[in-house]
Write a protein that binds this ligand. Structure first.
Ligand code: GDP
Ligand code: IMO
Ligand code: MG
Length: 425
């Protein structure tokens, strides 16, 4: 099993890269997160953003697995599958999608709790996607949640009602603006009825059996390393295990079965939501990069915070994941600049610090940059390694050397064909 993870704060271009290598795999399996993800893929010249669905949906011979580590909102699942079927019914998606019976459900009350925590002054504002992701994982850890496979149980209806009624009362006490409970429940049950038409199974068994038969599986990470619940910039993180290790727990596959670990990074950095961002840009420079890069959330449409590449953070991410191949995206967005900075280390209270620390604090740590010669040229014309501008090649070589991982693919634009493989590493 190969694994693909994001190395920054998300939106590195994971979906686009998976779409490119998809035909090398029999199965694409999501292992974490939920509909907080937004993975953009161009299909028939149209941009499609996948939230809950794995990025193998556009390849008719690829099976798609929503694994145990994912949290599933049946309403959002139905919407997404129906949208895709409306786009191209020949994709026969329902026949190529498997859901883990052990994946947890996102109940309709969770988004309201998420919104409440985000807006109430007594709680931290994280800048979540307000999809109810944290309440879903919290309920899972508290052992008070319902799972996808529970929908077949004779107790499902009564258990669901008990949870919803209790939580609805809690939300009322918190003075949340709510639709009537019966409406909330009806919409959810409509999603559940749809979910029941899909293939719900023991995906651990399915994936391990496939590996045993020599089939190729790619574990698709959502979010990214710096948003990992354990290894990210807590508390400004998501609530799942986004790193390579999370692929093993999230899919029920042994670490012994892992092959390549692809890590995707932008040539610069973006972040949505709150939290430390040592190389963040401000003012007109940020605005320019945001506009040129189209840096607005695929999921929530929020403007993304932008900044330069943070090498200590990237090194940290490569270490935590054991990345074997780097994929660099969006170098085209940095073209036509005279110089491009890379943060090589930080200065903390006058001292050099070359690693991304758990206690990294914006107040005390200052990013220190090395300037690289800029590059020009139309990246859409790059069809071969020899056509990569030499200054960009030098920029990439520096990154690869610094993190000790080869850059094996270079994304040159958002479209499916706008990517090249690099051989000379
Ligand atoms: P993901 O969440 O990691 O799959 O990334 P998103 O899809 O949220 O965000 C990446 C954005 O960059 C999308 O709009 C992609 O279409 C776009 N994109 C990906 N690679 C490139 C690239 O090399 N150049 C440009 N200009 N855009 C890219
Ligand atoms: P992809 O897979 C970028 C961020 C949110 C917020 C924090 C917690 O497209 O890279 P949550 O709703 O998960 O509780 O929010 O995590 N976040 C993402 N940022 N890309 C994502 O997914 C993200 N998923 C969550 O903005 O800061
Ligand atoms: Mg995204």
């Amino acid at each position: 099993m190969d694994i693909l993870v994001g190395l920054q704060w998300g939106d590195e271009g994971k979906g686009k890269f998976i779409d490119h290598i998809c035909n090398q795999y029999d199965i694409i399996a999501r292992f974490n997160g939920g509909a907080n993800a937004g993975h953009s893929i161009y299909y028939n010249e149209q941009k499609v953003t996948l939230k809950l669905l794995p990025s193998g949906v556009f390849y008719p011979n690829t099976m798609n697995v929503i694994g145990t580590g994912v949290v599933v909102n049946p309403i959002q699942l139905k919407q997404e599958v129906e949208q895709l079927m409306a786009l191209d019914a020949t994709l026969a998606l329902p026949q190529r999608l498997l859901l883990s019976a052990k994946a947890h459900l996102v109940l309709p009350t969770y988004a309201y709790f998420d919104q409440f925590y985000e807006s109430h002054p007594d709680y931290r504002t994280i800048g979540t996607t307000k999809n109810g992701i944290a309440p879903a994982y919290a309920a899972k850890i508290l052992r008070q949640n319902l799972r996808v496979g529970d929908v077949y149980s004779t107790r499902f209806s009564s258990e669901l009602q008990a949870i919803l009624q209790r939580q609805y009362r809690e939300l009322e006490q918190l003075q949340c603006d709510l639709p009537p409970l019966n409406e909330m429940e009806a919409a959810f049950l409509d999603g559940v009825a749809f979910l029941k038409t899909l293939l719900v199974t023991d995906t651990e068994l399915y994936v391990n059996q496939a590996l045993h038969e020599g089939k190729k599986v790619l574990a698709e990470g959502a979010q990214a390393t710096m948003l990992d619940i354990d290894h990210g910039t807590y508390p400004y993180v998501t609530s799942s295990s986004t790193v390579a290790g999370g692929a093993c727990t999230g899919l029920g596959v042994s670490p012994k079965k892992v092959g390549a670990i692809f890590g995707v990074t932008k040539a610069y950095t973006t972040r949505v939501g709150e939290g430390i961002f040592p190389t963040e840009l401000a003012g007109a420079e940020a605005e320019q990069l945001r506009l040129k890069g189209g840096e607005f959330g695929s999921n929530t449409k929020r403007p993304r915070r932008v900044g330069w590449l943070d090498l200590p953070a990237l090194k940290y991410a490569c270490m935590v994941n054991g990345v074997t191949q780097l994929i660099v995206t969006k170098g085209d967005i940095l073209s036509d600049r005279e110089e491009v900075p890379i943060c090589t280390h930080y200065e903390v209270e006058g001292k050099r610090q070359a690693y991304f620390s758990a206690n990294q604090e914006e107040k005390t740590s200052q990013a220190v940059y090395q300037l690289f010669q800029g590059w020009t040229g139309d990246f859409t014309q790059i069809k071969a390694e020899s056509q990569v501008p030499s200054a960009y090649r030098a920029y990439l070589n520096f990154i690869a050397q610094a993190v000790g991982v080869p850059v094996t693919y270079l994304s040159t634009g958002p479209k499916r064909e706008e990517i090249i493989e690099l051989k000379a590493n």
